[in-house]
Design a protein around this ligand. Structure first.
Ligand code: 56B
Length: 345
């Protein structure tokens, strides 16, 4: 099997595991949106404000229009790959395999940071910088066969890939190594035509006695491919609009800032005191589910008022993430993001 046939095999597997069809009427539902609506309808610690959501929809639409926000913004990120080829597929898979939990309890100066090209990068940007730095140092960090080669890809080599410019190492380093090893094995199987489930992508929880799916990194992987390839070639997903917002820790913070979402007094206090919101807890399920549903309502409101708007949950999500990062950069955050430590986001 050639390399690009293997890549298409991988994308086919991901489409199936995410329920993204290759044509409009064959897309089995990913169930994420239904589960988000169920969580929203049964939440008591997280509420959505309809007036806030309606006014935010108008603000978001206007700003996205001014910025002519589209898939092309994706490539503007300093370390997002620009070429429309297999190396970008490999980069994005590695990126969204490890695209989780960068927040730190330390000060801005002491938090985990990656030094690359004369700058210090933190948060999500620390991951893109680490990967680009490794590639520049001729470490094949986006090659699945490297991840399972424990002679070459030693823990020491990986520590060097994610080496920090401060005392703090990258959060959940060991989990990241485990994700690479597992994915390397699975991709190896895929290349040998075996379908398999990515344990480290199975982002699900339980709420009110029912299993609920969020699929954050699997969905952002598909979205990043779609954006990087402008919806063509490896980025072609005819049902891309079935992808929901990615339930991370930044979008809920932005939705709160916009007045779309509010928390019960005890949860509000917990978040403001930077206390851990346990992974898998009811409060966390509510934050994640209600945020997904809120972005869906924002999307519906925008499309209702502007039927020809080229807006989907992905572009709204990307816009909200980039906006909260601008607010953070100016030191204007009104409400901290919730602190949950997990490999899911
Ligand atoms: N929902 C959502 N979550 C996103 C992103 C991105 C970056 N996407 C780029 C691609 C296109 C956009 O224009 C962005 O430039 C990272 N994250 C998540 O945030 C957290 C990192 O936060 P901080 O530590 O502050 O950088 C962590 O869970 C990470 O997985 C997004 O877009 N949407």
């Amino acid at each position: 099997m050639s390399e690009d046939e293997a890549d298409l095999e991988l994308l086919d597997l991901l489409r199936k595991s995410l329920g993204i069809g290759t044509n409009l009427n064959a897309a089995p539902d990913t169930r994420v949106l239904k589960d988000a609506e169920y969580i929203y309808n049964n939440s008591i610690d997280v509420a959505l404000d309809m007036r806030g959501t309606k006014s935010a929809a108008a603000i978001i639409y206007d700003k996205m229009k001014i910025k002519s926000y589209s898939t092309t913004n994706w490539s503007d990120h300093p370390y997002h790959p620009k070429t429309k080829d297999e190396s970008t597929v490999d980069f994005i898979f590695t990126l969204d395999l490890l695209n989780f939990s960068f927040w730190s309890e330390r000060s801005t100066e002491e938090r985990f940071a990656v030094e690359f090209e004369g700058k210090k990068w933190t948060g999500y940007a620390s991951l893109t910088a680490s990967l680009q730095r490794a590639l520049e140092e001729n470490i094949p960090i986006t090659d699945p066969s490297f991840w399972i080669n424990e002679e070459e890809c030693t823990e020491e080599v990986l520590r060097n890939v994610f080496r920090s410019a401060t005392e703090e190492e990258i959060p959940l380093f060991d989990k990241r190594v485990a994700c690479l090893r597992e994915a390397g094995r699975v991709l190896d199987e895929v290349v040998n035509l075996l379908a398999s489930n990515f344990e480290c992508f199975r982002d699900e929880g339980r709420f009110d006695g029912r299993s609920v799916r969020f699929q954050k990194r699997a969905q952002i992987f598909v979205a990043d491919l779609w954006a990087a390839f402008d919806g063509d070639g490896y980025g072609r997903f005819d049902d891309i609009d079935t992808i929901t917002m990615f339930a991370d820790y930044r979008i809920p913070q932005m939705l709160h800032t916009l007045g779309c979402i509010s928390y019960s007094p005890w949860l509000d206090g917990k978040i403001r005191r930077l206390e851990l919101v346990e992974s898998g807890s009811s409060a966390e399920m509510q934050i994640r589910g209600c945020s997904i549903w809120c972005v869906e309502l924002l999307r519906r409101e925008i499309v209702h008022n502007h039927p020809d708007a080229k807006v989907n949950a992905i572009l709204i999500d990307y816009f909200l993430y980039d906006t909260i990062k601008e607010i953070e950069k100016e030191g204007l955050e009104q409400m901290p993001h919730h602190r949950t430590r997990s490999i899911w986001y």
